[in-house]
Design a binder for this molecule. Structure first.
Ligand code: AKG
Length: 295
Protein backbone atom coordinates (compact mmCIF):
# COMPACT_ATOMS: atom_id res chain seq x y z
CA UNK A 1 0.00 0.00 0.00
CA UNK A 2 1.45 3.36 -1.04
CA UNK A 3 0.76 6.36 1.18
CA UNK A 4 1.67 9.98 0.68
CA UNK A 5 3.45 12.31 3.06
CA UNK A 6 4.02 15.74 1.60
CA UNK A 7 5.27 15.20 -1.93
CA UNK A 8 6.64 11.72 -1.24
CA UNK A 9 5.04 8.34 -1.74
CA UNK A 10 5.97 5.78 0.91
CA UNK A 11 5.27 2.06 0.78
CA UNK A 12 3.70 0.86 4.03
CA UNK A 13 6.00 -1.89 5.30
CA UNK A 14 8.93 -0.56 3.26
CA UNK A 15 12.12 1.06 4.59
CA UNK A 16 10.54 4.46 5.24
CA UNK A 17 7.14 3.64 6.74
CA UNK A 18 5.99 1.03 9.25
CA UNK A 19 3.30 0.71 11.89
CA UNK A 20 3.16 2.13 15.40
CA UNK A 21 3.59 -0.26 18.34
CA UNK A 22 0.59 -0.42 20.66
CA UNK A 23 0.87 0.20 24.39
CA UNK A 24 -2.76 -0.56 25.24
CA UNK A 25 -1.86 -3.80 27.04
CA UNK A 26 0.39 -1.84 29.41
CA UNK A 27 -2.49 0.24 30.78
CA UNK A 28 -2.52 -0.02 34.56
CA UNK A 29 1.26 -0.54 34.75
CA UNK A 30 2.60 3.02 35.02
CA UNK A 31 6.25 1.91 35.27
CA UNK A 32 5.90 -0.02 32.03
CA UNK A 33 4.18 2.92 30.31
CA UNK A 34 6.88 5.34 31.47
CA UNK A 35 9.62 2.94 30.30
CA UNK A 36 7.90 2.61 26.91
CA UNK A 37 7.61 6.38 26.58
CA UNK A 38 11.29 6.76 27.44
CA UNK A 39 12.25 4.11 24.89
CA UNK A 40 9.96 4.93 21.95
CA UNK A 41 8.96 8.55 22.59
CA UNK A 42 5.26 7.74 22.21
CA UNK A 43 2.37 5.60 23.49
CA UNK A 44 -0.39 4.38 21.20
CA UNK A 45 -3.38 3.58 23.39
CA UNK A 46 -6.58 2.22 21.92
CA UNK A 47 -9.79 3.30 23.64
CA UNK A 48 -8.05 5.70 25.97
CA UNK A 49 -11.19 7.83 25.65
CA UNK A 50 -14.82 6.77 25.73
CA UNK A 51 -15.74 6.35 22.00
CA UNK A 52 -19.30 7.58 22.65
CA UNK A 53 -17.95 10.87 23.99
CA UNK A 54 -15.58 11.19 21.02
CA UNK A 55 -18.50 10.74 18.63
CA UNK A 56 -20.51 13.39 20.51
CA UNK A 57 -17.62 15.88 20.23
CA UNK A 58 -17.23 15.04 16.54
CA UNK A 59 -20.88 15.91 16.02
CA UNK A 60 -20.41 19.35 17.59
CA UNK A 61 -17.32 20.05 15.48
CA UNK A 62 -18.99 18.92 12.26
CA UNK A 63 -22.08 21.05 13.00
CA UNK A 64 -19.77 24.01 13.57
CA UNK A 65 -18.03 23.43 10.22
CA UNK A 66 -21.41 23.04 8.50
CA UNK A 67 -22.62 26.33 9.99
CA UNK A 68 -19.53 27.94 8.41
CA UNK A 69 -20.36 26.47 4.99
CA UNK A 70 -17.36 24.13 5.05
CA UNK A 71 -19.30 20.85 4.81
CA UNK A 72 -21.16 19.55 1.77
CA UNK A 73 -24.57 18.98 3.31
CA UNK A 74 -25.70 16.85 0.34
CA UNK A 75 -23.98 14.01 2.25
CA UNK A 76 -24.68 12.77 5.78
CA UNK A 77 -23.20 15.34 8.16
CA UNK A 78 -21.14 12.75 10.02
CA UNK A 79 -19.14 12.00 6.87
CA UNK A 80 -17.75 15.56 6.99
CA UNK A 81 -17.50 15.79 3.19
CA UNK A 82 -15.61 18.96 2.32
CA UNK A 83 -17.76 21.61 0.60
CA UNK A 84 -16.66 22.60 -2.87
CA UNK A 85 -13.92 25.23 -2.55
CA UNK A 86 -13.63 24.83 1.24
CA UNK A 87 -10.23 24.32 2.82
CA UNK A 88 -8.74 22.98 6.00
CA UNK A 89 -9.32 24.92 9.20
CA UNK A 90 -7.56 25.40 12.51
CA UNK A 91 -10.27 25.59 15.14
CA UNK A 92 -8.05 25.93 18.19
CA UNK A 93 -7.45 28.53 20.81
CA UNK A 94 -10.32 30.75 21.75
CA UNK A 95 -12.68 29.23 19.18
CA UNK A 96 -15.85 28.23 21.00
CA UNK A 97 -15.90 24.73 19.57
CA UNK A 98 -12.90 23.68 21.68
CA UNK A 99 -14.62 24.83 24.84
CA UNK A 100 -17.97 23.11 24.41
CA UNK A 101 -18.92 20.62 27.12
CA UNK A 102 -18.76 17.81 24.53
CA UNK A 103 -15.19 18.67 23.54
CA UNK A 104 -13.98 19.18 27.11
CA UNK A 105 -15.66 15.91 28.12
CA UNK A 106 -12.90 14.13 26.17
CA UNK A 107 -9.77 16.21 26.64
CA UNK A 108 -10.42 17.16 30.28
CA UNK A 109 -12.37 14.09 31.38
CA UNK A 110 -11.76 13.03 35.00
CA UNK A 111 -10.59 9.62 33.68
CA UNK A 112 -8.00 11.18 31.35
CA UNK A 113 -6.79 13.62 34.02
CA UNK A 114 -6.46 10.76 36.51
CA UNK A 115 -4.57 8.65 33.99
CA UNK A 116 -2.14 11.50 33.30
CA UNK A 117 -1.72 12.23 37.01
CA UNK A 118 -0.83 8.58 37.56
CA UNK A 119 1.53 8.61 34.60
CA UNK A 120 3.23 11.84 35.72
CA UNK A 121 3.32 10.84 39.39
CA UNK A 122 1.55 14.03 40.60
CA UNK A 123 -1.68 15.90 39.84
CA UNK A 124 -1.77 16.88 36.16
CA UNK A 125 -2.85 20.13 34.55
CA UNK A 126 -3.87 20.65 30.96
CA UNK A 127 -3.26 23.82 28.97
CA UNK A 128 -6.42 25.91 28.53
CA UNK A 129 -5.54 26.49 24.90
CA UNK A 130 -6.71 23.56 22.75
CA UNK A 131 -5.53 22.70 19.27
CA UNK A 132 -8.21 21.34 16.94
CA UNK A 133 -7.70 20.64 13.24
CA UNK A 134 -9.99 20.01 10.29
CA UNK A 135 -7.43 18.81 7.76
CA UNK A 136 -8.51 19.38 4.18
CA UNK A 137 -7.99 17.36 1.02
CA UNK A 138 -4.30 16.99 0.12
CA UNK A 139 -3.15 18.63 3.36
CA UNK A 140 -0.62 17.21 5.80
CA UNK A 141 1.59 18.27 8.71
CA UNK A 142 5.36 18.47 8.24
CA UNK A 143 7.91 16.96 10.62
CA UNK A 144 8.44 18.89 13.86
CA UNK A 145 9.14 18.67 17.58
CA UNK A 146 6.39 20.26 19.68
CA UNK A 147 8.98 21.85 21.96
CA UNK A 148 9.58 24.66 19.46
CA UNK A 149 5.99 25.83 20.02
CA UNK A 150 5.60 25.22 23.76
CA UNK A 151 8.98 24.86 25.42
CA UNK A 152 8.91 27.71 27.95
CA UNK A 153 7.75 25.63 30.88
CA UNK A 154 8.61 22.13 31.93
CA UNK A 155 9.96 19.85 29.24
CA UNK A 156 8.03 17.04 30.88
CA UNK A 157 5.04 18.11 28.84
CA UNK A 158 3.04 15.62 26.80
CA UNK A 159 0.78 15.89 23.78
CA UNK A 160 -2.34 13.76 23.55
CA UNK A 161 -3.39 13.49 19.91
CA UNK A 162 -7.02 12.45 19.64
CA UNK A 163 -8.75 11.69 16.35
CA UNK A 164 -12.39 12.74 16.35
CA UNK A 165 -13.74 9.84 14.34
CA UNK A 166 -12.14 7.16 12.23
CA UNK A 167 -8.85 8.03 10.58
CA UNK A 168 -7.90 5.34 8.06
CA UNK A 169 -4.55 5.70 6.30
CA UNK A 170 -5.96 7.62 3.37
CA UNK A 171 -7.39 10.30 5.68
CA UNK A 172 -3.93 11.37 6.85
CA UNK A 173 -3.32 10.02 10.36
CA UNK A 174 -0.52 11.17 12.65
CA UNK A 175 2.92 9.71 11.94
CA UNK A 176 5.97 9.76 14.21
CA UNK A 177 9.57 9.24 13.22
CA UNK A 178 10.64 6.23 15.28
CA UNK A 179 13.95 6.89 17.07
CA UNK A 180 13.71 10.68 16.71
CA UNK A 181 13.50 11.11 20.49
CA UNK A 182 17.20 10.24 20.43
CA UNK A 183 18.35 12.49 17.58
CA UNK A 184 20.75 14.33 19.93
CA UNK A 185 22.16 16.79 17.38
CA UNK A 186 18.66 17.87 16.31
CA UNK A 187 17.57 18.17 19.95
CA UNK A 188 20.58 20.42 20.67
CA UNK A 189 19.89 22.74 17.72
CA UNK A 190 16.35 22.81 16.33
CA UNK A 191 15.09 21.45 19.67
CA UNK A 192 16.33 24.60 21.47
CA UNK A 193 14.39 26.91 19.20
CA UNK A 194 11.34 28.96 20.19
CA UNK A 195 9.21 30.12 17.27
CA UNK A 196 8.12 33.36 18.97
CA UNK A 197 11.66 34.29 19.99
CA UNK A 198 13.52 33.16 16.88
CA UNK A 199 11.05 33.86 14.06
CA UNK A 200 11.94 30.60 12.36
CA UNK A 201 9.45 28.38 10.54
CA UNK A 202 8.23 25.56 12.81
CA UNK A 203 8.51 22.49 10.59
CA UNK A 204 11.96 20.91 10.52
CA UNK A 205 11.23 19.18 7.23
CA UNK A 206 8.45 18.49 4.75
CA UNK A 207 10.40 15.61 3.26
CA UNK A 208 10.01 12.33 5.18
CA UNK A 209 12.57 10.48 3.06
CA UNK A 210 15.27 13.11 3.52
CA UNK A 211 14.89 12.74 7.29
CA UNK A 212 15.22 8.96 7.31
CA UNK A 213 18.17 8.95 4.94
CA UNK A 214 20.00 11.59 6.90
CA UNK A 215 19.14 10.69 10.48
CA UNK A 216 17.81 7.13 10.44
CA UNK A 217 14.62 5.84 12.01
CA UNK A 218 11.43 5.00 10.19
CA UNK A 219 8.10 6.79 9.96
CA UNK A 220 5.36 4.97 11.86
CA UNK A 221 1.62 5.36 11.62
CA UNK A 222 -1.60 3.41 12.04
CA UNK A 223 -5.33 3.60 11.43
CA UNK A 224 -7.37 5.13 14.24
CA UNK A 225 -10.84 4.49 15.64
CA UNK A 226 -12.86 6.78 17.91
CA UNK A 227 -11.43 6.57 21.43
CA UNK A 228 -7.85 5.85 20.33
CA UNK A 229 -5.08 8.28 21.21
CA UNK A 230 -1.38 8.90 20.79
CA UNK A 231 0.65 10.39 23.61
CA UNK A 232 4.12 11.74 22.93
CA UNK A 233 6.81 13.95 24.36
CA UNK A 234 8.25 17.27 23.26
CA UNK A 235 11.20 15.71 21.41
CA UNK A 236 9.36 13.18 19.26
CA UNK A 237 9.47 14.18 15.61
CA UNK A 238 6.01 13.87 14.15
CA UNK A 239 3.78 15.01 11.33
CA UNK A 240 1.03 13.36 9.36
CA UNK A 241 0.28 11.50 6.17
CA UNK A 242 -1.67 13.41 3.53
CA UNK A 243 -5.43 13.48 3.65
CA UNK A 244 -6.14 11.91 0.27
CA UNK A 245 -9.93 11.93 0.73
CA UNK A 246 -12.65 14.51 0.15
CA UNK A 247 -13.60 14.38 3.86
CA UNK A 248 -12.10 16.36 6.70
CA UNK A 249 -9.70 14.58 8.99
CA UNK A 250 -10.77 15.86 12.40
CA UNK A 251 -8.46 15.64 15.38
CA UNK A 252 -7.35 17.59 18.39
CA UNK A 253 -4.06 17.80 20.21
CA UNK A 254 -3.99 18.86 23.84
CA UNK A 255 -1.22 19.25 26.39
CA UNK A 256 -0.60 17.88 29.91
CA UNK A 257 2.05 18.28 32.57
CA UNK A 258 2.48 18.06 36.32
CA UNK A 259 0.67 20.97 37.99
CA UNK A 260 3.67 21.54 40.30
CA UNK A 261 6.05 22.27 37.39
CA UNK A 262 6.30 25.55 35.45
CA UNK A 263 3.89 25.95 32.54
CA UNK A 264 4.48 27.80 29.25
CA UNK A 265 2.65 31.10 29.84
CA UNK A 266 1.43 31.33 26.24
CA UNK A 267 -1.06 28.51 26.66
CA UNK A 268 -2.63 28.86 30.08
CA UNK A 269 -5.21 31.08 31.78
CA UNK A 270 -8.59 32.49 30.82
CA UNK A 271 -7.34 34.01 27.59
CA UNK A 272 -4.02 32.43 26.56
CA UNK A 273 -1.78 34.82 24.64
CA UNK A 274 -0.72 32.04 22.22
CA UNK A 275 1.94 32.76 19.58
CA UNK A 276 2.51 36.50 19.68
CA UNK A 277 5.55 37.07 17.47
CA UNK A 278 5.96 33.99 15.27
CA UNK A 279 5.39 34.78 11.58
CA UNK A 280 5.40 38.52 12.36
CA UNK A 281 8.24 40.58 10.94
CA UNK A 282 11.15 39.06 9.12
CA UNK A 283 11.18 35.27 9.15
CA UNK A 284 14.08 32.88 8.86
CA UNK A 285 13.39 29.89 6.65
CA UNK A 286 14.00 26.45 8.09
CA UNK A 287 16.44 25.83 5.27
CA UNK A 288 18.54 28.77 6.44
CA UNK A 289 18.22 27.85 10.12
CA UNK A 290 19.29 24.27 9.41
CA UNK A 291 22.28 25.52 7.44
CA UNK A 292 23.34 27.63 10.44
CA UNK A 293 22.90 24.72 12.84
CA UNK A 294 24.62 22.31 10.48
CA UNK A 295 21.78 19.77 10.63
O1 AKG B 1 -2.76 16.55 13.55
C1 AKG B 1 -1.80 16.91 12.91
O2 AKG B 1 -1.74 16.88 11.68
C2 AKG B 1 -0.58 17.43 13.62
C3 AKG B 1 -0.65 17.27 15.08
C4 AKG B 1 0.53 17.79 15.79
O3 AKG B 1 1.43 18.34 15.23
C5 AKG B 1 0.58 17.62 17.23
O4 AKG B 1 -0.26 16.91 17.79
O5 AKG B 1 1.50 18.19 17.85
Amino acid sequence: MKLTMGKRELELGGPYLGTLEEATHLMGDMDALRARMEEDGYLLIRKLHDPTKVKAARRVVVENLAANGQIDTAFPLDEAVIASGARGAFLGGAKAVTHTPEFLAIVESPELMQFLSDFLGAPALTYNYKWMRAVGQGDFTGAHYDVVYMGRGTLRLFTVWTPLGEVPYEKGPLAVLGGSNRFERIKETYGQMDVDRDHVEGWFSSDPIEMVERYGGRWLSTEFEPGDAMIFGMFTMHGSLNNATNRYRLSCDTRYQRADEPADERWIGENPIAHYAWTKGEMISMEEARRRWGV
